[in-house]
Design a binder for this molecule. Structure first.
Ligand code: ZN
Length: 208
């Protein structure tokens, strides 16, 4: 189970309800952070218990925000290998230099982790469509997890985004709009249209 308590603004410290859809802090416009009852979570989230669990992101269940298991939207994210870099380590004079190979996540980057969680939790809280401005990996991850969740995905990308990222979004069935502008312009479009269109904005750092 999740030991999520509430959402706390990292800037002004104000607390907000965790069980409703939230973006930025309503008081000051800065990102919200999820707070957990770590004392209670620590009762079951022990080193011994972790070793027995599936090696995915979800083994940290107690400190993840999804309340009901039915809402977990998983493609097998997390549990990526730590690769010991013998030769690079030797060059740099480091015996224990490891690289975490996040490219082995389901959509090829660490963005699968955050978007897995954002999509799962947004679905649990009743979101019916998701939107994101992105010039790359976040868009592909959102499109994949939204597809798995059965939610429509609206992706806004700068027109000069590398083709592979655009194709990935189309392949996952997302509605893709290419914008003549920068990622900030894409973000502006999502911000302007989301209320009218009924989208939940899963922009990086704009969801808790
Ligand atoms: Zn605030």
């Amino acid at each position: 189970m999740s030991f999520l308590i509430d959402l706390e603004c990292g800037a002004c410290g104000e607390h907000h309800a965790a069980d409703e859809l939230q973006n930025l802090c309503p008081a000051c416009g800065k990102p919200l952070l999820a707070r957990y009852d770590l004392t209670s979570a620590g009762q079951t989230l022990t080193k011994e218990a972790l070793e027995l669990r599936e090696p995915t992101l979800w083994r940290y269940r107690e400190v993840l925000p999804v309340r009901e298991d039915d809402y977990i939207v998983s493609l097998g994210e997390g549990g990526t290998p730590l690769v010991h870099t013998d030769r690079l380590g030797e060059t740099l004079g480091m015996d224990a230099l490891y690289i975490k190979d996040e490219s082995l996540n389901p959509t090829g980057s660490f963005k699968a982790r955050g978007l897995c969680m954002a999509v799962s939790r947004a679905a649990e809280l009743g979101a019916t469509a998701l939107a994101i401005p992105s010039a790359g990996n976040a868009a592909g991850a959102m499109a994949a997890y939204a597809a798995k969740a059965g939610l429509p995905a609206y992706v806004f990308m700068p027109r000069d985004t590398p083709a592979a990222f655009i194709i990935e979004c189309y392949a996952h069935g997302a509605h893709v709009e290419l914008i003549d502008g920068l990622i900030t312009d894409c973000g502006q479009i999502v911000a302007e249209r989301k209320d009218q269109e009924g989208w939940f904005d899963v922009s990086t750092l704009k969801e808790p």
